[in-house]
Design a protein around this ligand. Structure first.
Ligand SMILES: Cc1ncc(C[n+]2csc(CCOP(=O)(O)OP(=O)(O)O)c2C)c(N)n1
Ligand SMILES: [Mg+2]
Length: 325
């Protein structure tokens, strides 16, 4: 992989703004969830924002992303409007799936999001299929699969790496290793081998990266995207990160004994947003005034999105069987 290049202030602020946008949307979702107006389960990505921001910063609008039950951050970073995500969470007909899908089934064809799926490992072969179609149809699109550490235990992960490598397809496999699948730690489920090492079995590069360091994410994603675009084939990126909330919903799962408190606290100190905020200020690239301007701008976007979601019409009962195959 090439040495980390010096990034321009514009790119750095773009990454910062995107991480903050994801964080503030997720924080607000967590705060509002107890109102019980959002009826679907929500799997929040607080703590994992750098990966979505750093990877999607390399993608064109027409490129594809495929994601999971924990997809808000990926879809936001790919350019999806917060309003249609919010309305979908509220189950309203102005949501991206007309209120029928909820948090785990976000979709936005315009922005290269053919659909997210809650079937663990399910989005990986979809990304490979889209990449195959892109090659056959010569559209120049590339395809990114976001998935968790748990998904790497599924056959679909291995079959996808095998086929994508064989055909040198333009795919980037992005594993967000947050060390847990629901309440089960990685060490209780997998032998002590880096997930990235599994790439070697399929003859493609596999790299372990600090997923809470947005510049490291950006650099490694740039390498993988360039390989995909140039016809060199797929890459497996394993980003090490941590989710702050419980597996599902707005609460923390520490007190109920799902995870050790000291482990959680250690990761809170590695907050990707705070870490990058400090770095930008130290380098004189961000000051209090600019940070507060960005913060207010995003808070206003989130306010608008929530208002849009809450005020949307509920799907009409007469349409119950529409879009059912
Ligand atoms: C095929 C399948 N098996 C089991 C489940 C239940 N399930 C939902 S999320 C999840 C854990 C996924 O863990 P990981 O892939 O690490 O993603 P994370 O939630 O950590 O982002 C499981 C087992 C499912 N949705 N699909
Ligand atoms: Mg996980």
């Amino acid at each position: 992989m090439s040495k980390r290049a010096e990034l321009s202030r514009d790119v750095l602020l773009q990454l910062y703004t995107m991480m903050l946008r994801i964080r503030l949307f997720e924080d607000r979702t967590a705060v509002l969830y107890p109102e019980q107006l959002v009826k679907c389960p929500v799997h929040l990505c607080i703590g994992q924002e750098a990966i979505a921001a750093g990877v999607c910063a390399h993608l064109a609008k027409k490129d594809y992303i495929f994601s999971t039950h924990r997809s808000h951050g990926h879809c936001i970073a790919k350019g999806m409007d917060l309003k249609t995500i919010s309305a979908e969470l509220y189950g309203r007909s102005n949501g991206c799936a007309k209120g029928r899908g909820g948090s785990m089934h976000l979709v936005d064809f315009e922005n290269g999001i053919p659909g997210t799926t809650a079937i663990v490992g399910g989005c990986i072969p979809l990304a490979v299929g889209a990449a195959l179609a892109a090659v056959k149809m010569k559209t120049g699109r590339i395809s990114v699969a976001f998935f968790g550490d748990g998904a790497t235990e599924e056959g679909s992960f291995h079959e996808s790496l095998n086929y994508a490598s064989l055909k040198k397809l333009p795919v980037v496999f992005v594993c967000e290793n947050n060390f847990y699948a629901t309440n089960s730690p990685q060490r209780a489920r997998q032998p002590e081998v880096n997930i990235a090492d599994r790439a070697a079995g399929y003859g493609i590069p596999g790299i372990v990266i600090d997923g809470n360091d947005v510049q490291a994410v950006y650099a490694s994603a740039g390498y993988a995207v360039e390989r995909a675009r140039s016809g060199s084939g797929p890459t497996l990126l394993e980003f090490r990160t941590y989710r702050w909330k419980g597996h599902v919903g707005p609460l923390e799962d520490i007190k109920i004994g799902c995870r050790p408190a000291d482990e959680h606290e250690a990761w809170l100190k590695k907050c990707p947003v705070d870490k990058f905020d400090r770095l930008l200020r130290e380098r004189g690239l961000l000051n209090e005034e600019e940070a507060s301007r960005i913060n207010s701008m995003i808070e206003a976007e989130v306010d608008e999105a929530i208002a849009f979601g809450k005020s949307g019409a509920e799907p009409d009962g007469s349409e119950l069987y529409d879009y059912v195959y």
